[in-house]
Write a protein that binds this ligand. Sequence first.
Ligand SMILES: C[S@@+](CC[C@H](N)C(=O)[O-])C[C@H]1O[C@@H](n2cnc3c(N)ncnc32)[C@H](O)[C@@H]1O
Length: 256
Amino acid sequence: MFGFGLRRKFEATKREIGFRFANTFAKPNPNLTSIYFKPSDMCEPDRIMLYALIRGLRPARVLEIGARWGGGARIISSALEDSGFGKAVGIDPEPKNFRPTPKELFHRYELMTGYSPGAIPAAVEKLGGKIDLAFIDAMHTHDHVLADFEGVIPFMAEGSHVLLHDTFHVGINQAIEEVLNANPSFVDCGFVTRYPNIMDNAPVAYEGLRLVRTSTPANHATMKSVYDLMGKTASLSPEHKNWDHYWNRVNRSSAG
Ligand SMILES: C[S@@+](CC[C@H](N)C(=O)[O-])C[C@H]1O[C@@H](n2cnc3c(N)ncnc32)[C@H](O)[C@@H]1O
């Protein structure tokens, strides 16, 4: 019925409409409400970023140091659930404060009573392997954060990340700088949120997330591992460096 050119245009228009409107009538993801669920010790941008990093980086094993009421636990578990895989272990010496039920955490998060850094090896054992993302948010002094950070290093997986909270605190910033200086292969991804809480009754600031990668990014290896995870293949060959759906289409139509 259609000529070849007309059919191609029709298919392209159909695709374009699909891309633009596919999600218009979709319901919002209910797991995102965990971001706004109180109580949590983090400000809203920090909570959004925690969800985004777990969802985006797709860690299989997450360690949270300092869990308190479980605000972070809810966000971490929701992001793991939305990824479709992964588990988390939290360490805290005061489990009585922890509110969420295992069901609310999709059975993906286990709280361990103990003190970091001493409890880290047992937490890693519960995780069943090396840590892909460690979230350090326990005692907010230079000495404690340095001990927590140094404590997780031997247990971090290749290409893993350490995320730290309250990094606008001068002592926490110093601890991170010291770890970075002692480990030149680590990559400082810097402050990934910038909403410090500067209080009138304290000389230091709180809030703020900072991300450290524990090895120089090996991008082809990362891309390949994620393609493998999805059971698919895609080219890593420079031969395809200028391949793009949109460019191919525009190029083809402008060529007549
Ligand atoms: C700021 S709260 C954690 C908030 C939590 N990450 C969240 O996002 O909702 C700090 C917690 O660290 C815990 N804590 C203090 N010292 C600790 C240690 N050595 N190891 C693990 N947790 C510790 C405290 O009991 C407290 O519950």
